[in-house]
Design a protein around this ligand. Structure first.
Ligand code: NOJ
Length: 729
């Protein structure tokens, strides 16, 4: 066990006192070293880096080195540096480690907080066994723009979903207590507003009025803080013209003063240096000053703190108190993680449990978008199945963005799983396109021939893993390459046609959808995606995922999200669009398009099953909600089909009417995944307290204003019947 040489382990002693003692002994170089995070550990450790660690040049390393390097570097820090201050090793452990679970947007479509938490726990077990103590997850940026590539890493458009599932991830990563050998410190990122990038273009400016910021964008961060998240990461973007990495309103006023966060804040990669590119600071020295004063404790990669804070101190542009505040937050994290006290690497877990979780999460994340005439599930007695498309057998694409530790050898593809299930001779395979972006139709004739020879066609379409994630914004949301033509061509075979779409974002594929009998949206489903999809196709399991993000009909509708305000001229349900070229009519002046239906292709919360569910008898337990009390909203949910299945039941609320601000047409307030047997009915209940209805009013006070509210228990954001209740003064 590694123990700090110059600081005897004494966990019972108050951490703040231990920090005080250290701060008194630290030189300014050692302090600035703690505030610096580097990517350059390199394998094997160079003499230069070893010397730097002895000198306390770095407080942390990210995404670098292997387990042995990390262990040796930590040994040097603890035993050969002057004060024995440990390093902290961070890494992007985003959706699994060696075994990869679906991309976070896919995870969220399971609406299964327990399972998501378990997946995070398993990633933590595997990562901590490799000497990693800190992950840069969860990403809880609200994402309402599918052009933005990082929507893949998000938990979707809704603050309630992102709050509940983000908190579940924090609990999973961090485990029972931070000082356990298998606890991975979590990081709430990117604080804040990153998902509102203008035009969906990564790193772009975000303009978010304070009421929307607080009501929507900050809510998941507040929930992460309340769950005890160890760290926050600043965002790359400007928020209302002030870069998030130099934003005292976000970092000091809200995070520290309002929310009393006492964990550590790290910048994003080079983001302090980039303050100058934003035009917010004149040079690196100015950037160091503004970031430090705003409240960024640790600088990721760029070296403005190390290079310039000494000169800023001399010029009295920052104080030692500012520096000590940042160092204190960093040391506190290291104490909490037990790093000073010789925290060992965790034991290597077996893969079995992680594979099981990855399979279950992949299954629950798949959303059935269409199933004409109950084509799915297919029968295993089927003669021949044509498996076609560039994503049927692509291990790396299946893992999705952020899977640098993902072990491609472990990945089970749909092609392999279907061959195993049906026998190779019954599976006719043609990739048809070399990759997701291949525009050549040269291989189409062979694919068409196989389609003719088969009894049904399953097409594996979508995006390559490299088409979503950081800096992977798209201006078009179509199926890329020649995929849409492929659908068209294969339709001519006249066989039942199913598409499984693997993608990192909602795509708009209306014309293809019309030609398909069934569509399963599988996101990038991770290591166990293949078996999960094969079992779903053949009914060993039933689809239960639901969308956590609205699917537009066309990119022109973006941004489109369910929790919007009403306009003064809302179109009626059948009032979809004014045909172009028609003469104007007074009643045409409603909020819609002249060339496209204004409604989404698939609404938030949407997802079908192999059975049918009926919702009835929605009730509210009392007509009025008093300040101390609660009301219960209930409904009967019945499985009216022929098989057992899970249903994600959703509670929406709107109101009040007549308050100080207009309120969204609906907001999600709760959800439950229930399991029903064929023919079974169940009463599903949600309790609402006044605090659950609170929002920011026109005076920026957080409360539920009195008035009439409405509640729905519904299968998605566009359906359900509502009940009313009032909230008094
Ligand atoms: C930049 C990304 O924005 C952030 O999410 C990530 O954690 C860091 N790079 C470290 O890789």
């Amino acid at each position: 066990m590694l123990v700090a040489a110059n600081l005897a382990a004494a966990p019972a002693v108050n951490i703040e006192q231990r920090i005080d003692a250290l701060l008194k002994r630290m030189t300014i170089e050692e302090k600035l070293g703690q505030m610096s995070q580097s990517t350059s550990l390199a394998t094997p450790l160079s003499d230069e880096i070893k010397q730097q660690i002895r000198q306390g040049r770095w407080g942390s390393f990210l995404n670098t080195g292997n387990a042995a390097d990390r262990m040796e570097a930590q040994r040097i820090a603890l035993q050969e540096s002057r004060l024995g201050i440990p390093l902290i090793f961070g890494r992007d452990v985003i959706h699994g480690y060696r075994i990869v679970v679906p991309i976070p947007l896919g995870e969220s479509a399971s609406w299964d907080a327990d399972l998501i938490s378990r997946a995070a726990r398993e990633a933590a077990l595997a990562a901590t066994a490799d000497g990693i103590q800190w992950t840069f997850a969860p990403m809880i940026d609200i994402a309402r723009d599918p052009r933005w590539g990082r929507i893949a890493e998000s938990l979707g458009e809704d603050p309630h979903v992102a709050s509940v599932l983000g908190a579940a991830m924090v609990r999973g990563f961090q485990g029972e207590s931070l000082d356990r050998a298998d606890s991975l410190a979590a990081c709430a990122k990117h604080y804040a507003g990153y998902g509102a990038a203008e035009g969906g273009r990564d790193y772009n400016s975000a303009w978010i009025p304070e009421i929307l910021l607080r009501d929507v964008y900050l809510r998941p961060f507040r929930a992460a803080r309340d769950t005890g998240v160890a760290t926050f990461m600043t965002a790359f973007n400007t928020l209302n013209a002030v870069p998030a990495t130099g934003n005292g309103f976000l970092l000091r006023d809200i995070l520290r003063n309002e929310w009393k966060f006492d964990g550590m804040v790290v910048s994003d990669y080079d983001a302090i240096a980039e303050l100058t590119a934003h035009g917010y600071t004149s040079d690196a020295r100015d950037a160091a000053r503004k970031a430090l004063l705003a409240g960024v404790d640790m600088e990721m990669v760029s070296t403005a703190y190390f290079d310039w804070v000494k000169s800023l101190l001399q010029a009295q542009l920052v104080t030692m108190k500012d520096v000590d505040g940042a160092v204190r937050n960093i040391l506190r994290l290291k104490f909490r993680l037990g790093l000073f006290d010789g925290r060992p690497a965790a034991a290597k877990p077996s893969d079995a449990q992680a594979l099981d979780t990855a399979g279950r999460l992949a299954t629950e994340s798949v959303v059935l978008l269409k199933n004409s005439n109950g084509l799915l599930p297919l029968k295993k007695t089927i003669g021949k199945l044509a498996v076609i498309g560039p994503l049927a057998d692509s291990r790396t694409d299946q893992m999705g963005t952020w899977s640098m530790d993902g072990d491609a050898r472990e990945v089970r593809t749909p092609l392999a799983a279907l061959r195993e299930m049906l026998g190779s001779d019954r599976v006719l395979y043609a990739p048809a396109l070399k990759s997701a972006i291949d525009a050549s139709t040269a291989e189409f004739p062979r694919a068409l021939r196989l389609a003719h020879e088969s009894d049904a066609v399953v097409l594996f379409l979508g995006e390559a893993a490299t088409m979503s994630g950081e800096a992977r914004s798209r201006a078009f949301l179509n199926l890329p390459g020649a995929q849409e033509e492929l659908v068209e061509r294969l339709a001519s075979a006249g066989k039942p046609m199913i598409a499984v779409i693997m993608a990192g974002r909602p795509l708009a594929f209306h014309r293809s959808a019309e030609k398909l009998d069934a569509i399963l949206y599988a996101w990038h489903p991770g290591t166990m995606g293949g078996p999960a999809i094969a079992h779903l196709l053949f009914g060993d399991s039933a689809p239960s995922g639901k969308l956590t993000v609205t699917f537009p009909r066309s990119v022109g509708q973006v941004p489109i999200y369910y929790a919007h305000l009403s306009t003064g001229r809302p179109p009626g349900a059948n009032d979809l669009g004014v045909p172009m070229g028609t003469r104007e009519n007074p009643q045409d002046y409603t909020s819609r398009y002249i060339d496209l239906d204004f409604t989404p292709e698939y609404p938030f919360g949407y997802g079908l099953s192999y059975t049918t569910f009926e919702y009835s008898a929605t009730r509210v337990s009392a007509p009025a909600l008093t300040s101390a009390g609660s009301v219960t909203i209930s409904a009967q949910v019945a499985d009216t089909g022929h098989r057992d299945a899970d249903e994600v039941v959703q509670l929406y609320v709107s109101g009040p009417v007549g308050g100080s601000v207009a309120r969204p047409v609906r907001e999600l307030k709760g959800f439950k995944r229930v399991h029903l047997k064929a023919g079974q009915r169940q009463m599903v209940e949600f309790s609402i307290r006044r605090a659950d209805l609170a929002y920011y009013n026109s005076r920026m006070e957080f409360s539920a204003e009195p008035g009439n509210y409405r509640a729905w228990i519904a299968p998605d954001s566009a359906r359900g019947t509502s009940v009313e209740f009032t909230v008094g003064n």
